[in-house]
Design a protein around this ligand. Sequence first.
Ligand code: ZN
Length: 683
Amino acid sequence: MVNPLLSDNALPPFDEISIEHFEPAIDQVLQDNRLLIDKLLSDGADTWESLVYPLETANDRLNNVWSVISHYNGVLNSEALREIYKKLIGKLTQYQTEVGQNKALYLAYRHLQESEAGQKLEGPQRKALDNILRDFTLSGVGLDDQDKQRFSELKQTLSSLTNHFSENVLDATQGWTRHIVNADELQGLPDSAMALLSSFATEQAYDNGYLLTLDAPCYQPVMTYCDSRELREELYQAYMTRASDQGPHAGKWDNSDNIQQIMATRQKLATLLSFDNYAERSLATKMASSVDEVVDFLEQLAGKSMAAARQQFDALQAFAAEEYGLSQLEMWDIPYYSEKLRQQLFDVSQEALKPYFPVSVVLNGLFQVVARLFEVEIEEDAQVQVWHSDVRYYRLSRSSKAFAGFYLDLYARKHKRGGAWMGDCRVRRRLADGTLQQPVAFLTCNFTPPVDGKDSLLTHDEVTTLFHEFGHGLHHMLTKIEVSDVSGISGVPWDVVELPSQFLENWCWQEESIRLISAHHETGESLPKALLDKMLTAKHFQSAMQMMRQLEFALFDITLHRDFSELASTDVLAVLDAVREKVSVKIPPAYARFSHSFSHIFAGGYAAGYYSYKWAEVLAADAFSKFEEQGIFNLQVGRAFREHILEVGGSQDAMEMFVAFRGRKPSVEPLLVQSGIDVGIQS
Ligand code: ZN
């Protein structure tokens, strides 16, 4: 019996796959791959055809198996699967570390790079080889034995430090609760939030009342709606001092020392790899070419947004003073009065928009948008096997020639992870028999399922989410590259990945495209212009203040990773204070310890990379501005975007690729304009 996960079919045979196939398939592939590597090395393989291609093929086979397993983990989770998944992650990590540390393999690649044949490689092959060698270098394989040992010790240390950081944040978040008996204290909260807080109390075995916690589903509604200023202040203080030397649990889960050690360890790792600092190390794999470039970029955005942010803050302060007699706006007042002001100015509820967005209309409209922009036909194929009856499979074709496909899993259900994402199922590449493996994507959302066979109605936020994920999908599916390491989204730098996704969201906000994607489920009328205008104004509400907040985080992250020095005993809080001096409209109280729970950079993958959010937003807005100039359905511009951005995947330098499309380097102005931040008033 052949394991169905290892079948050669173009698409996974979902009808035959079950979780007992997972572990044997992975074991088989890893064993085959290890044998292959040994054989290639003993054969002295050192050309593209004898070394790189066979390994690419082996890795692609692994990817085809793993993509299905990790997809099941996301959409058909179970206790049993979770166990196997954890075990397999362990095996996979072990294998990857082994390969990354294989010096003989590294030397074989180096040999190829330095050979005459290697020098002649170009295009996607050149880029793929450069990436492979870069990643080898960054994994420390090129170091001498002593440094290599030290490198892996530092890695271990860093991993346990960051893990400890997360645990402290989690424990501190869960370690604080406040029981409230009298509902009057929570006046202002919507019913849904009251019900949630009451359920928290029941869960913790209280007979009655409500339980406040520091989790987002509690923190956000209380800060936004609760009339009691004292309670908001108390919650703010508990939240902003989590895992620190301040606040109600001062010192208990304190990350102060952890942060110092994480930074010191990163600095040592960077030095071992011959970087000046960890910020440089982070940028080695990104589009931004230098730390200065990132800092300049962020400061430029800050400079152009600051005046508008101050105006917005002053307007809020004036509103709170006039309408509510508040003399001084504090941090715990900002979300509360912002919500009051927003409601007064332009309240558009997501619920009110839903009748205009039945899911079938939206999907059809999305496909039309994509057809007009990128000359792609999208058609369902009901014959393809899927993992759940909700799932649909669609084929992409041009001039009647199918070239890609995607699975669409739209609705929330039990055992499916929340949120929305795009994952690859198959990556486009040239196969040994000369044919092409077509790219296939998994597109997953969590919309409300249809009831009684009626179309689900989507909020506008959900429509935007669908476009966002479809943008990722197009990046994966429209690629023309045949080398899997740089095909589709593979090998695309982190600060560029969100370009196509945020780019496509724009078609949810344009009158011309709204007509295609909306039709009232009873009247068939598309979303009225007046309502769209109102939504746009609401979208721009306090956009400069939000911009400054993101810039504060990003500047703190990049400057800390550039300037940190253990010897000079860098004071992390002082670095944050210095950033705030420059970019904050309101300085938080001295006890606030935002850094102590900033998991993105101290425990997640965003160390010296938080700027990526804004960077990709700027690229997306600037790319879209070319459509605004020449028509949002201009076919020439659509073709150019396809050819220079979507089709090349990770095979080219990202800046060159962008310049080829836009005719110049990215500009921050379009993002400011699209955010409703007036750039004209900088006189
Ligand atoms: Zn995304």
